[in-house]
Design a protein around this ligand. Sequence first.
Ligand code: APR
Length: 321
Amino acid sequence: MESIYLSSCNRLAKVTIIGAGNVGRTLAQRLIERNIADVCLLDIVEGLPQGIALDLTEAQGLESHHCEIMGTNHYQDTENSDIVVLTAGVARKPGMSRDDLLKINAKIVTEATQKSLQYSPNAIYLVVTNPLDVMTYLVWKTSTLPKNKVMGMAGVLDSARLQTFIAWQLGVSIHDVQGMVLGGHGDLMLPIPRYCTVSGIPITELMDAQTIESLVQRTRDGGAEVVRLLKTGSAYYAPASSACYMIESILFNQSRLLTAAAYLDGEYGLNDIFLGVPCRLGSDGIEKIVELGLTEAEKAILHSSGDSVRDSVEVALNFLK
Ligand code: APR
């Protein structure tokens, strides 16, 4: 299938990725080698994005794709991007408090948004930098972007992790498994087992409650489990695949129903906050938010997830004043 941008204006879509670290460079590779978009990879470190772009370009003849990638330290090179992905930031180091991390990443993400928006005022923004739901809110709040053009990547990743554990547990193909994880990223996520299925069969029909809870807990701990094994750095293959999946749905106008951190304006009884909910993703970004029926207990978890995100947003906005 051709990208809508390719067919409508005879050019390949352009995706700018800000942050050429592990997630950014892996996403860049996925996008070009699958012929999804041309990529502009930007980082604050001189030479880093240029080196990655050159290395990936030298593999082009072997990988047989027709996309271009450029590396840069200058925002003017990002002009006319259709999508801007924010992966820039720092990871939490020993001795750094959550608030320290929030402060640093809030500044990085909001500055990157302002600088890139100047050159791509019509772009859709996809946020990957953690803490995800907070960073996504800041991108929207500190810009003039409409709510449908800002989203965060978390639910696709959390659902993918849960799908993996369900497939392993049941000994079935991952391709027959669907996961549904709402809420915030990390400890705040809300997996909904009755909406997780194997070929349409809810997993509640296939596993006992205790087994499901153990898979849910492993999903909640999914990022930390990878960090423990890697020892330095955090997960990047599955996060890059998840961002790529969302980008494909937008650029190819696939209207896939995926969980994204979206601006809630009354949906699920929540207001003025970004949280993971099922969304239809197409060429207008978030084209629809689907409201699922939740139990009172699930609603309570979603709302406390929202309260926690809201607290961090307030702290971050104070830092930015
Ligand atoms: N402008 C541009 N790039 C920046 C800036 C900035 N102001 N500040 C930092 N960067 C770059 C760094 O130079 C580095 O190359 O962001 C990159 C971050 O890369 P990694 O440290 O490798 O982090 P990564 O594993 O890619 O994760 C990125 O995604 O999943 C989340 O929690 C993760 O917030 C983190 C983000």
